[in-house]
Design a protein around this ligand. Structure first.
Ligand code: FUB
Length: 470
């Protein structure tokens, strides 16, 4: 967590206190706001039991709902390419704290809309918006052949009374729309716009029924000429309309943006929000939203499938604006956002930094990636850094750690730097299995720390997680 994120947590608390001049009210407000205030935190990736991609995140009824694509491995015997995207249905996930996500299950599958060719497993990136208490879910898919035998991507709408569905698909795809990656933006005056991509980025006005176009599709000009552009996501902040989208400037997609004074432009290119993935996950696809005073970038990476980048996982990192409204580049992280309470399971493998030598992260079991990762320290002095652990105001006296040391080993826990104050020295006995060890530690002070876990022994130690206790 950065200083800016700390400041934003405080701003959220203070906003609740704003209206209380009287001291007694103020004290009451502090007690109430602390009780009501759910801290926001997330480690990446955020969904840990299935592949998810192309996250469209929305705030509905004070909760964050994420509508992602659902990558799967191509089923046998369906005549599908093994090396391509394969998507049969959509789930929706919701959370109030960005850490604990409820999976509301399948909200729509390729077998539901009459117009979708269900042999193609092509339920690509969706979006969802609310209007007058109804939820409109927009999704692309390959169409069945028309009278002239023509096929291609269309975009359909399914409507629900609640964000988690059930969603009822319209009988036909939206007329006049050919392409993928729908995104809907409703402006302050109530006018809704549909954006989508098909090599270029298109926009058209939507009728008030949210189901039909109200203008001819228009190719948004002044965006990069060369390289695929897709996945538009439009939002407004302080009178500036941001058109953000993945674009292949070099080899794979990076996230870029343009700004304008109207939802239909003209837009002027501004820059890069997130660079290309260094490990060549070919796609990236994102959404941007403000939730309780902080802006977030939702995006994806192939965390659980390093050898096949069409099985992706969604992540969140904080996003900041400069004073002139431009977007600061976001560095993708595993650590994610917010504070990790000291008494919860802290996955060190979602680290903030690793020593240049002797520290590495790998799957606990490569054949079962959703079991997660472990941290391996194999050189004396090697370390893993995990930032923003919140010790709250209760004293912490002990520590549990799940670790494995084949030949026995020793670790040190230090605060704020590899040479910082010593919190604990841990001696781990030899064993060929994972063990849950308990140790007494020096009493901690209340507050937020950056933790360093260092290897002191010659022999290596693997760590799954640790947790502090009173
Ligand atoms: O998920 C399938 C496609 O990959 C999306 O529609 C694109 O935006 C890219 O993420």
């Amino acid at each position: 967590m950065t200083n800016k994120e700390h400041a934003s947590c405080h701003r959220q608390k203070l906003a609740i206190l704003d209206f209380k001049p009287h001291l007694v009210c103020l004290i009451l407000a502090i007690i109430i706001s602390d009780a009501l205030f759910t801290p926001l935190a997330a480690q990446n990736p955020i969904i840990r039991d299935q592949f998810t991609a192309d996250p469209s995140a929305r705030v509905f009824n004070n909760k964050v709902y994420v509508f992602p694509s659902h990558d799967i491995r191509a089923p046998q015997g369906k005549n599908l390419r093994k090396d391509w995207f394969c998507m049969e249905d959509y789930h929706v996930f919701s959370s109030e704290n960005l850490s604990d996500w409820t999976d509301h299950g399948v909200i729509l599958s390729q077998y539901d809309p009459a117009w979708v060719d269900s042999a193609t497993y092509s339920m690509w990136a969706p979006d969802c918006v609310e209007r007058d208490g109804k939820y409109y879910f927009y999704f692309p898919a390959n169409t069945r052949a028309d009278q002239n035998g023509r096929r291609g991507f269309g975009i359909g709408v399914a409507v629900a009374e609640r964000p988690q569905g059930p969603y009822l698909p319209q009988a036909e795809a939206i007329r006049g729309v050919h392409g993928i990656d729908p995104n809907v933006f409703i402006d302050k005056d109530g006018q809704a716009y549909l954006y989508w991509s098909q090599q270029h980025i298109f926009v058209a006005r939507l009728k008030e029924n949210m189901l039909e176009l109200d203008s001819e599709p228009y190719i948004i000009p002044n965006l990069p000429d060369k390289g695929l552009k897709e996945g538009p996501w439009v939002f407004e902040r302080e009178g500036i309309y941001y058109l953000t989208f993945p674009h292949v400037e070099n080899k794979t997609e990076r996230l870029e943006y343009a700004v304008g004074k109207h939802p239909m432009g003209p837009f002027t290119m501004k820059g890069v929000i997130m660079d290309e993935s260094p490990v060549a996950c070919w796609t990236n696809h994102h959404s941007i939203l403000e939730y309780r005073g902080q802006w977030y970038l939702f995006y994806h990476h192939n965390d659980y499938s390093p050898d096949f980048d069409k099985n992706r996982s969604i992540r969140i990192d904080s996003l900041f604006f400069k004073a002139d409204g431009s977007i600061q580049k976001v560095n993708p992280s595993l650590r994610g956002v917010g504070l990790s309470p000291a008494n919860t399971t802290i996955q060190l493998d979602r680290y903030s930094a690793l020593s240049p030598e002797g520290a590495e992260i790998s799957f606990i079991d490569k054949s079962r990636p959703f079991e997660g990762w472990k941290t391996r320290l194999n050189k004396p002095g090697a370390w893993v850094q995990y930032n923003a652990i919140d010790f709250g105001n209760k004293k912490t006296k002990s520590l549990q750690i799940r670790a494995q040391a084949q030949q026995g080993g020793s670790l040190e826990l230090r605060l704020n730097s590899p040479e910082g104050p010593l919190l604990a020295s841990l001696a781990l006995q030899a064993g060929s299995d994972w063990e849950n060890y308990s140790f007494k530690i020096k009493k901690t002070r209340p507050g937020i720390v950056n933790l360093f876990v260092l290897l002191r022994s010659e022999s290596e130690v693997e760590i799954d997680w640790l947790k502090f206790q009173p």
